[in-house]
Design a protein around this ligand. Structure first.
Ligand code: SAH
Ligand code: SF4
Length: 366
């Protein structure tokens, strides 16, 4: 079987080349061709000896997910649909801003965590994406946006906020993160790579040890009673446990705050008293809040809080001393906003017959 080189981080490539009896600098050269130059053809790797290229063609391949579609919104946002095989497809979104370009990357085909307000969650879960499929979204976007051809490096930030729960796919997310940070690959700053999690506590600790990057935690409720309903993983890792994990993470994080994401759901979690309770909850956790006006999708059963309500909520948090921003919805005309990414997922969880009360099982590798 051939090895897909996009599945390997620097260490993996070193091992692969060592097994072929090649020196580590060869691995480094190929890493640069793959990720910096966005190359997919071994023959174009001009500084690699021809004999080695022949060997590579026998033993290896360069296989990113195929691009199924690229929708551009009026505001310059692009939504890519990437084929990940067997009838599954995931979405990736590029969001250009004046001072940066952010790529929102998916980590799973679907999501098993079933948050009440999330379109991805409603789709069910099929499988974890491979390293090549995660990092391949960056590889593909750089090409599709013309950055490879123009030798531009306009993706300055990556957020793992697309489809799926990154920390439920830790094994593949970790090498993908390492490639994003590697100077011979994408060379992004740790502060500009953000993992967003619904709160899988043991994996937050592991991330802090293995590869600390910026952390966003999807909070969405100020107490366990409400969070149990909105974010079911809370039944396994309740708020006190989650807040303690955030504090531990801050000791090693590249930033000195945690970002709490908070989806604003009309009359569900958006009252003044909810904001006040949040101030108490997060008293010991240096943080910023990012309020996300709910992005509706068919049959969600939730409504977006009014702009006045969101402003008032933000004011209370800010008066309490927390820097609070409200996420501007981008790419609305192409359904590219948070929580609207649906892709194409063949559900394997048999969710209809599953008890809605059951706590989702998250598989973690040791
Ligand atoms: N699974 C991870 C990352 C993907 S979701 C997580 O839950 O954090 C990225 C963000 O979008 C999360 O904060 C999520 O709660 C939020 N989100 C999900 N559905 C949404 C919706 N319909 N409207 C607005 N935000 C939503
Ligand atoms: Fe999964 Fe995140 Fe959606 Fe929850 S909000 S279902 S964790 S993708």
């Amino acid at each position: 079987m051939t090895t897909n080189l996009l599945n390997l981080d620097a260490t993996g490539l070193n091992d692969f080349f060592a097994q072929m009896g090649e020196k580590p600098f060869r691995a480094r050269q190929v890493l640069r061709w793959l990720h910096r130059a966005g190359e997919e053809d071994f023959d174009a790797m001009s500084d690699i000896a021809k004999s080695l290229r022949v060997k590579l063609k026998e033993k290896a391949c360069i296989l990113a997910p195929a691009l199924l579609s690229d929708h551009a919104a009026a505001d310059g946002t692009h939504k890519f649909l990437c084929d990940v095989g067997n009838g599954n497809a995931v979405e990736t979104v590029f969001i250009p801003e004046e001072d940066r370009g952010t790529l929102c990357v998916s980590t799973q085909a679907g999501c098993a965590l079933d948050c009440a307000f999330c379109s991805t969650g409603k789709q069910g879960f099929n499988r974890n994406l491979t390293v090549a499929e995660i990092v391949g979204q960056l590889w593909l976007a750089n090409r599709a946006l013309g950055f490879v051809a123009r030798e531009e490096r306009l993706i300055s930030n990556v957020v793992l906020m697309g489809m799926g729960e990154p920390l439920a796919n830790y094994e593949n997310v970790l090498p993908a993160l390492r490639l994003m940070l590697d100077d011979n690959a994408y060379g992004l700053s740790r502060r500009r790579v953000t993992v967003s999690t619904s709160g899988i506590v043991p994996a937050i600790d592991r991330l802090g040890q293995d590869c600390p990057v910026a952390l966003a935690v999807s909070l969405h409720a100020p107490n366990n009673a409400l969070r149990d309903r909105l974010v079911p993983i809370n039944r396994k890792y309740p708020l006190a446990v989650l807040m303690a994990a955030c504090r531990r993470y801050l000791a090693v994080a590249p930033r000195d705050f945690i970002t709490f994401e908070y989806v604003m759901l009309d009359q569900v979690n958006d009252r003044d008293c909810d904001a006040q309770e949040l101030l108490k909850l997060t008293r010991d956790v240096p943080c910023k809040f990012n309020l996300i006006p709910f992005n509706p999708f068919p049959h969600s059963g939730f409504r977006r809080s009014s702009a006045t309500r969101v402003r008032r909520f933000a004011e209370i948090l800010m008066t309490g001393g927390i820097v609070t921003t409200t996420r501007r919805t981008r790419g609305e005309d192409i359904d590219a906003a948070c929580g609207q990414l649906a892709g194409q997922v063949l559900d394997r969880t048999n969710r209809v017959t599953r008890s809605r009360e059951s706590v989702p099982i998250v598989e973690m590798t040791p």
